[in-house]
Design a binder for this molecule. Sequence first.
Ligand code: ADE
Ligand code: ZN
Length: 348
Amino acid sequence: MTTTIAPTLADKVARAPKAELHIHIEGSLEPELIFRLAERNGVTLPYASIDALRAAYAFTDLQSFLDIYYAGASVLLTEQDFYDMTMAYAERALADHVAHTEIFFDPQTHTERGVSIDVVVAGIERALADAEKQGLSSKLILCFLRHLSEEDALATFDAALPLFERYRHRLIGVGLDSSERGHPPSKFERVFAKARALGLKLVAHAGEEGPPSYIYEALDLLKVDRVDHGVRSIEDPALVARLADSRVALTVCPLSNLKLCVFDDLTKHTLKELLDRGVAVTVNSDDPAYFGGYVNTNYFAIIEALKLTDTEVYTTVRNSFEASFVTPDERAALIARLDAHWHGDGAQ
Ligand code: ADE
Ligand code: ZN
């Protein structure tokens, strides 16, 4: 692919320390690993080969993706499986100079198949502890599947209570994902209130396919600290102004939006307009194994499509640290690293 990004900017963003704030760990399962784990665990997949699986990655909307994503996750059974998946993502993140990542996982996808939440978190945690030794700082966010009932979310939250205590250095929040249409944030008001009472951080997918009213619900009813996607906020100028004034960040995922047909062309993506209007926009990969690339590939694609300037790219990278759930001291240190790289001698 030919690119019109200046080589200096491409190199600068590639090597910039950055935070990734919207990555579903189950969405980092590459087809090769899906087949390896299927073989290891004796799971039969509805695809004859890696190529046949990859060929199915032609999505028309969010649901068409989720159907395949849940099929892919069916190979995860043991603690070692969750370790291997998470370690593979950590290696890709480190290669993209991700300094800090906040990872989503979907326990209900696994508990529904008889895999205990303890096994899921133990495997992910062991990999993240190992990755930390290689320089990747990380947090974990438990997501509720919104196509399932409120009752199911409440039961999942109760089952996770000992884990929020045991892994409090890592497991710092809850989120909301899966099929958005017809499943408004209001359905999960009570479980988010419980999480808030525990002092957990709160995020929710809203305004990916759903209307701006879902973003209002996420802000007003769930009281989220960040909105995942949120790109449909552009349809409501008062909402955009509110996001800008409050600095509630959007975790935007350009290649995901393209592959799931939220925008039919990346040049029509609204990231730049949101940035121009003062919204704290960040760039992330969502489900990198399914959407064509990890976080740096997302930066390259959106810089190219929207002709983002050096300053605009710096702002989005800086936003990733501003919007992260690290401590103020950690944030200051991460931004200092970014500034040394971006404005300094490039020694980063
Ligand atoms: N789960 C994994 N990826 C998702 C997305 N883009 N939207 C909603 N739920 C998801
Ligand atoms: Zn997502």
